[in-house]
Ligand binder design. Structure first.
Ligand code: ATR
Length: 286
């Protein structure tokens, strides 16, 4: 064997300025809209970055994430089913990530990989800034007690509702989740059949819609003028929102939350907040 020669740099690589690399990691990942959202943010702000997607096999998250960051990756979004793996992977956590028990945003920093969770802030921003809801003194019902629900409990309580009821098919899970946040506001846990009535906002954080399963909730959930919000978006959210509309609620799927959580991630990475309204409109139109 002759002496090792350095690899040839392709001309286009040599002449192009270095670009920070980001991606979204999940399984499945093919239909993620995050690459499109971040490409729009980058184009609008003039930030030099590229953003791809990475399919990772169950159990392979730590290796894949390590390889990406060791190779110079600047940041990643993490989606199902890896948000708890990302929580364990991060060397440091923001307060909201440790509270959520899950990480949806990783950032390479001089002091190691930082884990953040922008889901709750994204939901709140969509509710308050985009939908114009005022939750102070109002009744809020959160359906579900899994990872998606846990990430939004503290941000919802920060809006000072009169009551936040967490209702779940498995009541014990809802009670345990409520107990975690008891010192943050008036939160209680219950089974779905004890979800109560007259809620001003009902947020569906169960995975029933993405699984294509019906969500059996008792009648009377909605107060007059109430909003039904599904954290899923598009086709997955349609069945439950249609039922909510029949019960008289104003409805929204979670597309705005998706774009807003992305904007929060973008701001963490790039130090600038992109405009979201145009991106939400463009995604809706697509
Ligand atoms: P995620 O991270 O998406 O929240 P998870 O931790 O598996 O996923 O939680 C899924 C949530 O959706 C749970 O609250 C689950 O209820 P259980 O705790 O009783 O399992 C809820 N869920 C899933 N399918 C459902 C269905 N068909 N009807 C009602 N709730 C459902």
């Amino acid at each position: 064997m002759g002496p090792r020669r350095p690899p040839l740099l392709r001309l286009d690589q040599a002449s192009r300025p270095p670009v920070d690399r980001y991606l979204v990691i999940g399984n499945p990942i093919a239909h993620s809209r995050s690459p499109e959202i971040h490409a729009r943010f980058a184009a609008a702000t003039g930030e030099a970055m590229e953003y791809g997607r990475m399919l990772v096999a169950p159990g392979d998250f730590p290796r894949a994430a390590r390889e990406f960051f060791d190779g110079g990756g600047a940041g990643a979004n993490v989606t199902l089913p890896f948000k708890e793996d990302a929580f364990a992977f991060a060397k440091r956590l923001t307060a909201r990530a440790s509270e959520a028990g899950a990480v949806n945003t990783l950032a390479a920093t001089p002091s190691g990989i930082l884990g953040d969770n922008t889901d709750g802030a994204g939901l709140v921003r969509d509710l308050v800034a985009n939908l114009g809801l005022r939750l102070e003194g109002h009744r809020v019902l959160l359906l579900g007690a899994g990872g998606a629900a846990r990430g939004v409990v503290a941000p919802l309580l920060a809006l000072r509702p009169a009551a936040l009821v967490i209702a779940n098919r498995t009541a014990a899970r809802a009670e345990a989740l409520a107990a975690l946040f008891r010192d943050r506001g008036p939160v209680t846990g219950a089974g779905l059949e004890e979800a109560g009535t007259g809620h001003d906002l009902v947020v569906n954080a169960t995975s029933s819609s993405t699984r294509g399963e019906p969500l059996a909730v008792p009648p009377g959930l909605f107060a007059p003028g109430a909003t039904a919000y599904d954290m899923a978006y598009g086709e997955a959210a349609r069945a439950w929102l249609a039922e909510a509309a029949r019960a008289g609620a104003r409805t929204s799927d979670g597309l705005g939350m998706l774009v807003e959580q992305a904007a929060e991630s973008f701001e963490l990475w790039r130090g600038r907040r992109p405009d979201t309204a145009g991106v939400i409109a463009a995604l809706r139109a697509a």
